[in-house]
Design a protein around this ligand. Structure first.
Ligand code: SF4
Ligand code: SF4
Length: 207
């Protein structure tokens, strides 16, 4: 659940339609519109991550307050909780697990988005607010959920973020040993063990 308070405002006189904002938007909320004449924002999809503003080389984007802030939350009451749990388990994620270190959105919410019709990582983002911060670790989990739901998302041409093998439980033993030897200060094996224990416990408790 996140609160969306701001929206991008594009100064069309400064915009040269380079579309860098469109490429970086994790929610597919900004695009060339009106037969290629101007960039436009879809307020229903925008999650207020502000990446477009940072990316614009012309400083054409400013974030302005929405008329009314909106809480973004997947309505899990519309879904069968058992179906949500099954999808999380197929993805190897505990339903109550925070899948995004920036927003603390849970696996349950990602699963809810897929069950309510999300077909792409951008849809999951627009429906849940995941990828609002760093957009790296959580993306691994977005892929897991989509794939568990039978969806293989196509990579966007210029995206540099997709398919990073960042789930600690997916690191092969040989690589784990190498990282441990080189960077003992990261205590990666302890992390892996704690995540494994947490998921195991959650799976038992969630049934
Ligand atoms: S990044 Fe800036 S200049 Fe480029 S299309 Fe978007 S608003 Fe226009
Ligand atoms: S989701 Fe982020 S990048 Fe996309 S339009 Fe909204 S503020 Fe800009």
């Amino acid at each position: 659940m996140i609160l969306r308070e701001y929206l991008p405002n594009i100064d069309q006189s400064r915009c040269r339609k380079c579309r860098q904002c469109e490429e970086i938007c994790p929610a597919a909320a900004i695009a060339l519109a009106r037969e290629g004449k101007r960039m436009a924002v879809d307020p229903e999809r925008c999650i207020d991550c502000q990446r477009c503003m940072d990316a614009c080389p012309e400083n054409a984007i400013t974030m302005v307050p929405r008329r009314a802030g909106r809480v973004l939350q997947v309505d899990l009451s519309r879904l069968d909780p058992e179906e949500v749990k099954r999808l999380c388990r197929r993805a190897g994620l505990a339903p109550g697990e925070a899948v995004c270190a920036c927003s603390f959105i849970t696996a349950r919410e990602l699963a809810g988005a897929v069950l309510l019709g999300a077909k792409t990582p951008e849809d999951v983002c627009a429906m849940t607010g995941v990828r609002r911060g760093c957009g790296i670790y959580c993306l691994v989990n977005v892929f897991k959920i989509l794939e568990a739901g039978g969806i293989t998302p196509e990579e966007r041409k210029k995206s540099r973020l997709y398919h990073l093998p960042l789930d600690p439980l997916d690191i092969p033993e040989e690589k784990l040993r190498k990282i441990e030897a080189e960077f003992p200060q990261f205590r990666l094996r302890e992390d892996v063990s704690l995540i494994g224990k947490f998921r195991g416990r959650e799976f038992r408790e969630e049934g």
